[in-house]
Design a binder for this molecule. Structure first.
Ligand code: GNR
Ligand code: NI
Length: 172
């Protein structure tokens, strides 16, 4: 396994929709494992393939608490098949926008159809933090980042700071 570099916004890769994988093969399984290792190292609770430079429709997440056993989840070709009418607002962050957090309103619960690491079709019902995380990751797979849900003013403030961060990181 390997810890991969996480792409920082703004970057055209983060705005590009992904392509479904043709099959969950060893290449896709290695990508899932590398993404989990990268996510745990960051640390984060989810990671989408575009954040590590891949346009495969793949995400991983683990919302287990610090004192719990890890619960890694791996998804290929996820699609949201149901959204609750109830919407909740919660704070989100993104590893591609380090140190930026903002409230985002999303459906409280979702159902998601996907292929697991063996290629078998699965469907999962999610609520709470898992539902929020999976919606955030599926947005990434569609070329959408959490700042796209904010007001133009909040988005432009964060993007300006990200531009500065990338410039100082390059100079370092
Ligand atoms: O680590 C992460 N935390 C988080 C918190 C609230 C809602 C979504 C997330 S996902 C984020 C990691 C990340 O950037 N995934 O794309
Ligand atoms: Ni993110």
């Amino acid at each position: 396994m390997a810890v991969l570099d996480i792409i920082l916004a703004p970057d055209p890769i983060l705005k590009t929709p992904t392509t479904p994988v043709a099959a969950v093969d060893d290449r896709v399984r290695r990508l899932m494992d590398d993404m989990l290792e990268t996510m745990y190292a960051a640390p984060g609770i989810g990671l989408a393939a575009p954040q590590v430079g891949s346009l495969d429709r793949v995400l991983v997440c683990d919302v287990a608490g610090k004192d719990e056993e890890p619960r890694p989840l791996k998804f290929a070709n996820p699609t949201i098949t149901w959204r609750s009418d109830a919407v909740v607002t919660g704070q989100e962050g993104c590893l591609s926008f380090p140190d930026h957090y903002a409230d985002v309103a999303r459906p409280e619960a979702v159902r998601i159809a996907y292929l697991d690491e063996t290629g078998a079709e699965q469907e999962i019902a999610a609520e709470g933090l898992l539902a929020r995380c999976l919606q955030h990751e599926i947005d990434h797979l569609d070329g959408i980042v959490f700042t796209d849900h904010l007001s133009a003013l909040k988005r432009s403030i964060i993007l300006r700071k990200m531009g500065k961060l990338k410039r100082t990181r390059r100079a370092a």
